[in-house]
Design a protein around this ligand. Structure first.
Ligand code: SF4
Ligand code: SF4
Ligand code: SF4
Length: 757
């Protein structure tokens, strides 16, 4: 597995980027973070978070001009989160927070601050924290700049005084009534390592670098109103802070410009989708300031911006509690160590490889590719037990064996311009539709329509058995060559997608597109305006042509279409993908259930497995062929679905019928012990279905036991217990012989099962 590629994928995730309210705050207060604490009612923790980035919190928290607020993603119709009012509430209710102040070791460097306004005291505060000796020169008889001009109702002068006292306590020397002119500054040059001019007025003109706040005068930096030209409190704080960073770098002769792109306000790259969020109106403080309760309710309106589109859409990611970034990290860390243990197995084998995460992700991180590569790697390193995907791989083997595989030119023809490839699942679920569709194609298309019954190799691909998949594709390629490389018409989305990806020189078309172009088969009855929700197959999420054809056919048959919440490119998996249906049935059912809830309308599917899984979960679902050949009758939509044993039998029967009816050939294959009569109740039938045991397996165990007498007999109840190991799985059957039939009491197998996640 290419670990470099894996890590570079991980870096594409934007979820860790700060929310707009944080990036648009000139000093990057963790707005989302402190709001999160208010939601929990923890104002002290909120205060701690606010004070990490905000100096003089008890003052600035009350008077910040909050440029972030307008840019909050909830700012629709003026209903942005009241960030400023919340800040005020934190300042009021959280000020009892015990914030640890550690003694700061002083360094032998002195800085002079000219002007005790907002930018000046911020610069002084930040440099003092770094250990500098700081003197503030103020021409008036008190410091505080524009704070002092604010009305008392907004800012109580007592609070300003308290903050100034704190500055003095921290060791900052405040020199009042000292006007520093440009000439005086020159005199002080030798005494100080650098200067910051934060005075609102200055007699000399100078240019200030906007990134570093450095002037063209040796050792002199500037900020505040003379630089920004505006009255913004928080902007003044930002310029003072920015200058403090520069002064520190200047004193230590470091680059003044390196890595400063994200200082001050900037655009967040976090993409937040709030279309499904209900943004309620702002809560107004009844008495001018939020009560605690009002603040909590207002904070609860915040959507706590994050991307996580993938997690919100995917039940697997929700279940494993990992977003792709953490998931990739885990895969990367475990690649050489843990993969192959029970945890890794059940996690990796519970992704349906549906690709929805990649479709919704703003940076297209697709876990389907990553998970599939991981499975390939596990197989390569012998970390994937054979039994994990055993049933599906054996099913594929059966499908590509003499029991089902069939490759023919159209009856009476020696060449094929087209070949119909219905796929193994449609053949297993609705063999009669395959026959009808084939007859239609032969009638509508000129140049010969061959028939190819087989499996496209999807089970091997999903199981990470790359070699097996490649050799299956090679075989299909060579069979198509023998047919003269016809245009392949598929009736299965997975075949369509696998062939499109792996048979680059072959043209692939879906049966639905042919119906759409050549006309719906005669006899299809209209649906009287019934509303259906189209469930697009996840394997063809990017095939607009197929998606449109399905909708066109349905509309032509007078059905109304109402799209489910996740549709077309963003469709969800039905629960079958990635072989999850076999490796983790319990979870597969959750995936099916998750999809069902996306629409109240009956579903219209065009993959046989999707239809069957939905119906098994109680969702009325039509296959597109049910509308065409079944006239959309109500009873079809919840018609019983075939069991795994039926599915095998149906494929076999289909081949037999086609050979007999179209080519006049008799199929003389018989399964050993197939004629044994076995009888069992519904409960046991459901159990063996769940445990992936076929009736054929049971017959083979009994047949073998009857032939060899290799079994246990229980004289107390007359039951026989027989067993037989087929390759890597041992099947056990408890039965009773009654006349010429066998009553099955119980059946089980020793096969590794993946349960849980
Ligand atoms: S919704 Fe909340 S987290 Fe998002 S921008 Fe607004 S305040 Fe910040
Ligand atoms: S491929 Fe599908 S199941 Fe797997 S993580 Fe992505 S959305 Fe979830
Ligand atoms: S969708 Fe998921 S993987 Fe993509 S950026 Fe968002 S959080 Fe990251």
């Amino acid at each position: 597995m290419d670990l470099e590629k894996l890590l570079s994928m991980q870096k594409l995730c934007i979820n860790d980027n700060p929310a707009t309210c944080v990036t648009e705050c000139p000093i990057h207060v963790d707005v989302k973070g402190f709001i999160c604490e208010i939601r929990k009612g923890d104002f002290e923790e909120a205060y701690r978070i606010l004070s990490k980035r905000m100096p003089f919190i008890n003052v600035i928290g009350l008077v910040c001009d909050h440029p972030c607020e307008n840019l909050c993603v909830t700012n629709i119709n003026g209903n942005a989160i009241s960030i400023h009012e919340l800040e005020k509430a934190v300042t009021i209710y959280g000020s009892m927070a015990k914030i640890k102040t550690l003694p700061i070791p002083k360094i032998d460097k002195k800085i002079a601050i000219i002007g005790g306004g907002i930018s000046g005291i911020t610069c002084a505060y930040d440099l003092n924290k770094k250990g500098y000796s700081v003197d503030i020169y103020e021409k008036e008889n008190e410091i505080g700049g524009s704070f002092l001009k604010m009305p008392e109702i907004i800012l109580n002068p007592k609070l300003i005084k308290e903050e100034i006292i704190k500055l003095e306590e921290q060791g900052i020397e405040i020199k009042l009534n000292q006007e520093i002119t440009p000439e005086k500054l020159k005199d002080l040059t030798l005494e100080y390592d650098a200067f910051f001019i934060g005075s609102g007025e200055w007699n000399e003109k100078f240019n200030v670098n906007e990134v570093t706040m450095q002037t063209e005068i040796e050792k002199v930096f500037a900020g505040g109103r003379i630089v920004s030209g505006c009255e913004s409190v928080i902007q003044s704080v930002q310029t003072g802070r920015c200058a403090a960073v520069s002064i520190d770098r200047f004193v230590y002769k470091k680059s003044l410009t390196a890595l400063r792109a994200k200082e001050g306000a900037y655009k967040s790259i976090l993409k937040v989708d709030i279309k499904n969020e209900e943004i309620s109106p702002r809560i107004k403080p009844e008495n001018g300031t939020f009560t605690k309760e009002e603040a909590i309710n207002e904070a609860l309106r915040c959507v706590q911006c994050e991307c996580h589109k993938c997690v919100k859409a995917c039940v697997h990611l929700q279940k494993v509690k990992l977003d792709p970034k953490a998931y990739i990290r885990t895969i990367n860390q475990n690649e050489r160590i843990i993969l192959g243990d029970h945890y890794a197995n059940k996690t990796i084998n519970s992704c349906t490889e549906c690709g929805l995460c990649g479709a919704v992700c703003p940076t297209s991180i697709n876990m389907a590719d990553i998970i599939n590569e991981t499975r390939i790697s596990m197989v390569f390193r012998n970390k994937m037990p054979l039994s994990t995907h055993d049933f599906a791989l054996k099913d594929m083997e059966f499908t590509n064996s003499k029991y089902f595989e069939l490759i023919k030119h159209q009856p009476g023809m020696n060449n094929s311009k087209y070949v119909f490839y219905p796929g193994c699942q449609l053949s297993a679920s609705y063999s009669e539709y395959v026959i009808k569709s084939y007859n239609y194609l032969m009638e509508k298309l000129d140049g010969g329509v061959g028939l190819y019954l087989g499996c496209c190799g999807a089970p091997a691909k999903w199981a990470g058995r790359q070699e097996q998949y490649d050799s299956s594709i090679e075989k299909i390629k060579s069979n198509l060559e023998k047919l003269g490389n016809p245009i392949v018409i598929t009736a299965c989305s997975t075949c369509f997608s696998n062939f499109g990806e792996s048979l680059k020189n072959i043209r692939i078309k879906s049966l639905w597109e042919v119906f759409d172009e050549k006309g719906i088969p005669l006899g299809a009855k209209p649906g009287n305006g019934k509303t259906l929700a189209v469930h697009d197959a996840c394997t063809t999420r990017n095939e607009k042509g197929i998606q449109e054809s399905i909708r066109n056919i349905a509309k032509r048959l007078h059905y109304e279409i109402k799209e489910p919440e996740f549709t077309k490119q963003n469709t969800k998996c039905c629960g079958y993908g990635g072989l999850v249906y076999y490796t983790n049935k319990e979870f597969s059912r959750e995936v099916t259930q998750d999809r069902i809830k996306d629409s109240e309308n009956d579903f219209l599917a065009y993959c046989a497995m999707c239809r069957d899984l939905f119906v098994l979960k109680g969702k009325k679902t039509y296959h597109i062929l049910d509308l065409i050949y079944g006239s959309g009758k109500e009873e079809i939509s919840d018609m019983k679905v075939p069991t795994l044993s039926d599915r095998r039998a149906n494929r076999f029967k289909l081949k037999k019928e086609l050979l007999d009816n179209l080519w006049g050939e008799k199929m003389e294959i018989k399964d050993e012990y197939n004629d044994l009569k076995i009888v069992f109740g519904q409960e046991l039938r459901d159990k063996i279905e769940d445990e992936l045991i076929l009736e054929g397996d049971i017959k083979r165990v009994i047949g073998y036991a009857q032939k060899t007498n290799d079994s246990f007999y229980n004289p107390e109840n007359g039951h026989i217990l027989a067993w037989k190991r087929f390759v890597n799985i041992t099947f056990w059957v408890e039965y009773q012989k009654v006349n010429d039939s066998f009553n099955i009491i119980n059946a089980y197998s020793h096969r590794m099962e993946v349960k849980g996640v």
